[in-house]
Design a protein around this ligand. Structure first.
Ligand code: TXA
Ligand code: MG
Length: 316
C-alpha cells in the first residue's frame, strides 16, 4: 500500500453497500459506521488485508483485532461460547458489546487477527449499515477504529476520510455514530471479566449475568487487553538481526536470503507482516531448534514486526 489510493466515499442508500462488500471480498480496506465508532474493515481471513489495516493506521504494534459478524450463527462459525457468553450474546447482540472467546477449530481467520492468542474478539454491531455490509460480504470483517494510530476514534465519515483518505479503498458514509465511544469488551478467564469499559454499562452486564463482573487484575502486569498478545512466542530461542543462520539454527528470512521460512523474499513489509504470526506458529510446530531472524527495516510496518520479534526474543 505504498501508492496513494483514490478513496471513494460510498453512499449506503445507493449501491454503496454492494460496492463496499465487493472491495472487501477482494482484500481491499473499507471503513464503515457502527453504533460505537467507525471501523476500518478488512477481510479477517485474508493475511494481506489484515496486515494492510496495520499499515493504513500506522500502528506500531500488533494488537489483536475485533472480528465483526452479522449474527450469533456467524459468531459460532469462528468462536466457541460457554453458557455465560451465550447469556450476554443473547441479551446484548446486536449491540456495543465485544466478547473475547476461544477460536473455533478450523475457523478461517488470519493468524494476525488474534496476534498469536488462542482467543478471538467478536462483535455483532447493530448499526443498519454495518449489518447490511456484513450480510453482503458474508465473511468476518476485522475492524479497529478507523483512525490513524494515536488519534481520536472517528464518529463521522469526514473524521475517517480526514485521517485515512489515500490509504483505504473506500469509506461508507452512514452519518454520525450514536454511541460515540468504543464497545465494552468482556473476556472469560473463565469468569466473565471486564477487559475494556465502553458503550454498554457494567450494570447492564451484571444484571443480565446475575453476578458481578470480575475486573482484570492490573497488578498482574497486563495493562491493556492487547498486551496479552505479547506473551506469544515460539518455544525455541529466537536470535534477531542475523545475517545468516549459525549451524543448528533455522532461519526466518526477509528479502533475498536462502531460508525455509521467508517473511517476504521480495522484501515487502506488508507481506512480511501478513506472514509473521503464521510462520512463527509453523516454526513452533516444526521443531525446537533455535530460530535466527534476518534484519527487518525499522520503518512503517517494520516497527510493528520488530516490536513483536523483540518480544519473542526476550529472555523468558
Ligand atoms: O467499538 C469498537 O469496538 C470498535 C468498532 C469499530 O467495532 N472497534 C475497536 O477496535 O475499538 P480496536 O482494534 O480499536 O480495539 C480492539 C480491542 C483492543 O484493545 C484489543 O487489545 C482487544 O480489543 N482485543 C482484541 N482481541 C483480543 C483478545 N483475543 N484478547 C484480549 N483482547 C483483545
Ligand atoms: Mg482504537
Amino acid at each position: 500500500m505504498t501508492t496513494a489510493l483514490e478513496t471513494r466515499r460510498l453512499d449506503p442508500e445507493a449501491d454503496g453497500i454492494a460496492i463496499a462488500a465487493d472491495l472487501l471480498r477482494r482484500g481491499m480496506l473499507v471503513s464503515f459506521p457502527t453504533e460505537t465508532v467507525y471501523g476500518l474493515g478488512g477481510d479477517a481471513g485474508n493475511d494481506l488485508a489484515v496486515a494492510g489495516i496495520y499499515e493504513a493506521k500506522g500502528r506500531p504494534r500488533f494488537n489483536p483485532l475485533i472480528a465483526h459478524v452479522p449474527d450469533l450463527e456467524a459468531v459460532e462459525r469462528i468462536a466457541v461460547l460457554d453458557d455465560e457468553a451465550r447469556v450476554l450474546a443473547e441479551a446484548f447482540w446486536p449491540g456495543p458489546l465485544t466478547l473475547v472467546l476461544p477460536v473455533r477449530d478450523g475457523a478461517e481467520l488470519s493468524h494476525l487477527v488474534s496476534a498469536g492468542l488462542p482467543t478471538v474478539a467478536v462483535r455483532v454491531p447493530a448499526h443498519p449499515v454495518a449489518q447490511a455490509l456484513l450480510r453482503a460480504v458474508d465473511r468476518p470483517i476485522v475492524a479497529p477504529s478507523a483512525n490513524p494510530s494515536g488519534r481520536i476514534s472517528p464518529t463521522t465519515a469526514d473524521h475517517v476520510l480526514t485521517g485515512l483518505a489515500g490509504r483505504i479503498a473506500a469509506g461508507l458514509d452512514g452519518g454520525p455514530c450514536g454511541v460515540g465511544g468504543e464497545s465494552t469488551i468482556v473476556g472469560f478467564g473463565p469468569r466473565p471479566t471486564l477487559l475494556r469499559p465502553g458503550g454498554l454499562s457494567t450494570e447492564e452486564l451484571e444484571t443480565a449475568l446475575g453476578a458481578p463482573l470480575a475486573i482484570r487484575d492490573e497488578g498482574a502486569g497486563i495493562t491493556a487487553p492487547g498486551q496479552l498478545a505479547s506473551h506469544y512466542a515460539p518455544d525455541a530461542p529466537v536470535r534477531l538481526d542475523a545475517e545468516t543462520a549459525r549451524p543448528g539454527e533455522r532461519l526466518l528470512g526477509f528479502g533475498h536470503v536462502a531460508a525455509d521460512w521467508n517473511l517476504s523474499p521480495k522484501g515487502d513489509l506488508v507481506e512480511a507482516a501478513a506472514n509473521l504470526f503464521r510462520m512463527m506458529h509453523e516454526m513452533d510446530r516444526a521443531g525446537d531448534a533455535p530460530i535466527a531472524v534476518s534484519p527487518i527495516p525499522d520503518t512503517g510496518l517494520g516497527r510493528a514486526i520488530n516490536d513483536r520479534l523483540r518480544r519473542a526474543a526476550a529472555p523468558r
